[in-house]
Design a protein around this ligand. Structure first.
Ligand code: HEM
Length: 507
C-alpha cells in the first residue's frame, strides 16, 4: 500500500514463469516451451542473474514496444555484443544514427524499379532452374527430393545474384565454397542464439574453447568468403569501368556510392551489409518456403487450390514448358494470386521466420497491460507463440487455414501488424516484405504449376533447429509428381539436362 511504501505506488511486475535455467533445459524445444508459458500468462518474465527477460503475446504491448514508445526499445548493448562477430554494425545490429543512415539507404534501394525488375528476373530464372533440378534429380522412379535443402540452396543463389551479382552455383553444386559458407553461417547463427542464455560465453570466447572455438572457426570461414566476394567485385569494377555503372546488384551500387564519396564505408562495413542482407533475406524466405511446402503436403486440398489459382492467373496451356512458363509470372499475374498470398501468410502465422524477437529496454516503463519493465530488461514480443494463441485467432488457431485471410470475394485482407508480427511492425518493420512475397510467390507458382508434392513418409513430421530464424531441423523429404502433359514434360526434361540433371527414362 501507499503508506507502507513511503507514498510510492508498488510496481506491478510481470509474473515469474521460470528462470534462464529452465530455458536452457528446454533449448531444443524453445519456441514450444515459450508457447506453453504464454498460454498461462500473456506477459511474464524469466529470471536471470543479470536482468529480467520479459515475454509478451499481448498486441497492445507489442504496439507500445515497436511503435508508440519506439525510442525506448532497441537492440541495446547486449544484443550488439552477442551478434557482433556475425552481424557487425549492419542494420540488424545497430540503433540510433547508424540505423537511420542504413535504413535510409536501404529503403531507397528497395523502392527502385531497377531492383524490382532485376530481382524478379533472377527469381524466375532460379525457380526454373529449381524445377529442372527437381525433375532431373528426383522425379525418376519417384526418387525422393529434399526440398528444404534445394530451397535453401536456390534462395542463397538468388540472394547472391541480387545482392552481389555473383553466380554462387550452390544449387547446381558447382562450388564448394558456397556450401561451406552456408554451413558456417548456420552454425554461427545457432551459436549466437545460444549466447543469450550461456552466461559464460565471453569466458569461453576468451579461452577459445568449446562452442566458442567452433564459432571462431565459422566466423573465419564466413569472413574469408565474403571478403573474397568484395575483392572480386572491386577488381571487376576497375576492369569494366563504364559497364560497371550499369550493374544492378546491391553491392555494385554501394561500391559506386563509395567511389562518389570516398571513405563513406570500408570493406568491413560492406561485409556487415552483405551478411545482414543474407540473414535478412535468405534464411527467412527459404525457411518460410520450406514450411509452406510442408503445409501443402499436410493439406492437399490447399495445394490443389493454390495450383488451380496459379493456372487461372497464368496459363492453362499444358504445352508450356518450364523455360517459357516464368514469363507468365508478370506483376499482374502475381497480384491476382490472392489465395497463394493467403497461404504464405498463414504459413508465416504458424512458422514465423523470426519466432521470438528481443528488444532492450533503455529506461523504466509501464506496458499498456499495466506491467512494469526496468531499464536493462530484455523485452520480447513473440511471433511464434502469438500465432498459436486462441485469444488472438480463435479456437482453430493451430490449424492451417488460408481462408481466414480472405474476404467473401476471395481477396486477401491483412491483419494488424501488432497481432500478425512475422515482419515486425513500426519504424523498423521488415524492409524486404514485398520483396519476400514476390520471391516466394514466383518460386511457389513455378513449383506447383509443374509438380504435386507429397511427404515421402506420409506420417512423418519435421522439427526446427533453435537459431535466430525458424529453420527446419534436417531434410524435408518429398515425392514430386508431374501432372502436366507429356509434351511439357519433355521440354522440362531438355531443361533439366541443361542444368546437369539426368532424366532419361522418366515417365
Ligand atoms: C519471409 C521473409 C521475411 C521475414 C519473415 C522477415 C522478418 C523480419 C523481421 C521480424 C525483422 C525485424 C528484425 C529485428 O530487427 O529484430 C526484419 C527486418 C528486416 N528485414 Fe525482413 N523478413 C523477411 C524477408 C526479408 C527480405 C527478403 C529482405 C531483404 C531482401 C529483408 C530485409 C530486412 C531488413 C533490411 C530488416 C531490418 C530493418 C530495420 O532494422 O530497420 N527481409 N525482417
Amino acid at each position: 500500500s501507499r503508506g507502507l511504501l513511503g507514498g510510492k505506488k508498488r510496481k506491478k511486475y510481470p509474473p515469474v514463469a521460470g528462470t534462464v535455467l529452465h530455458q536452457l533445459l528446454n533449448f531444443g524445444r524453445f519456441v514450444e516451451y515459450q508457447t506453453e508459458l504464454s498460454r498461462r500468462h500473456r506477459t511474464f518474465r524469466m529470471l536471470t542473474p543479470t536482468c529480467n527477460y520479459v515475454y509478451t503475446v499481448e498486441p497492445a504491448n507489442v504496439e507500445h514496444i515497436l511503435k508508440t514508445n519506439f525510442a525506448n526499445y532497441g537492440k541495446g548493448p547486449m544484443t550488439h555484443a552477442v551478434m557482433e562477430d556475425l552481424l557487425g554494425d549492419g542494420i540488424f545490429n545497430v540503433d540510433g544514427a547508424m540505423w537511420r543512415q542504413q535504413r535510409k539507404v536501404a529503403s531507397l534501394e528497395f523502392s527502385t524499379r531497377v531492383l524490382r525488375d532485376y530481382s524478379s528476373a533472377v527469381f524466375r530464372d532460379t525457380a526454373a532452374e529449381l524445377a529442372g533440378i527437381i525433375l532431373g534429380a528426383a522425379a525418376e522412379e519417384g526418387e525422393r527430393v529434399d526440398l528444404h535443402d534445394l530451397l535453401m540452396r536456390s534462395t542463397l543463389d538468388s540472394f547472391f545474384k541480387v545482392g552481389f551479382g555473383v553466380n554462387l552455383g550452390v544449387l547446381s553444386g558447382s562450388t564448394k565454397e558456397g556450401a561451406a559458407f552456408a554451413r558456417a553461417f548456420d552454425d554461427a547463427s545457432e551459436q549466437v542464439l545460444y549466447r543469450f542464455f550461456d552466461l559464460l560465453w565471453k569466458v569461453k570466447r576468451f579461452l577459445n574453447v568449446s562452442s566458442e572455438a567452433a564459432m571462431k572457426k565459422s566466423v573465419r570461414t564466413i569472413n574469408d568468403f565474403v571478403y573474397a566476394v568484395i575483392d572480386r567485385k572491386i577488381e571487376q569494377m576497375s576492369r569494366e569501368q563504364h559497364e560497371f555503372a550499369k550493374k544492378e546488384d546491391i553491392l555494385s551500387r554501394f561500391l559506386l556510392e563509395r567511389e562518389r564519396d570516398l571513405g563513406c564505408f570500408d570493406n568491413k562495413y560492406l561485409r556487415d551489409i552483405i551478411l545482414n542482407f543474407v540473414i535478412a533475406g535468405r534464411d527467412t524466405t527459404s525457411g518460410t518456403l520450406s514450411w509452406f511446402f510442408y503445409m501443402l503436403c499436410k493439406n492437399p486440398r490447399v495445394q490443389e487450390k493454390v495450383a488451380q489459382e496459379v493456372r487461372n492467373a497464368t496459363t492453362g496451356d499444358d504445352d508450356v514448358g518450364v523455360q517459357d512458363f516464368p514469363a507468365f509470372l508478370t506483376e499482374d499475374a502475381i497480384n491476382k494470386m490472392q489465395y497463394l498470398h493467403a497461404a504464405l501468410t498463414e504459413t508465416l502465422r504458424l512458422y514465423p521466420g523470426v519466432p521470438i524477437d528481443v528488444k532492450y529496454c533503455f529506461s523504466d516503463d509501464t506496458l499498456p497491460d499495466g506491467h512494469a519493465v526496468n531499464k536493462g530488461d530484455m523485452v520480447n514480443y513473440q511471433p511464434y507463440p502469438m500465432g498459436r494463441m486462441k485469444f488472438l485467432w480463435g479456437n482453430d488457431a493451430e490449424e492451417f487455414r488460408p481462408e481466414r485471410w480472405l474476404d467473401d470475394a476471395g481477396v486477401f485482407v491483412p491483419e494488424s501488424n501488432f497481432k500478425f508480427t512475422a515482419f515486425q511492425a513500426g519504424p523498423r518493420i521488415c524492409l524486404g516484405k514485398e520483396f519476400a512475397y514476390r520471391q516466394m510467390k514466383i518460386v511457389s507458382a513455378v513449383l506447383v504449376y509443374f509438380f504435386r508434392f507429397e511427404m515421402w513418409d506420409i506420417d512423418s513430421t519435421v522439427g526446427y533447429r533453435p537459431m535466430l530464424t525458424l529453420k527446419m531441423d534436417g531434410p524435408l523429404y518429398l515425392r514430386a509428381f508431374c501432372p502436366v502433359k507429356l509434351h511439357a514434360i519433355s521440354k522440362l526434361k531438355t531443361l533439366s539436362s541443361t542444368f546437369g540433371g539426368d532424366s532419361d527414362g522418366w515417365v
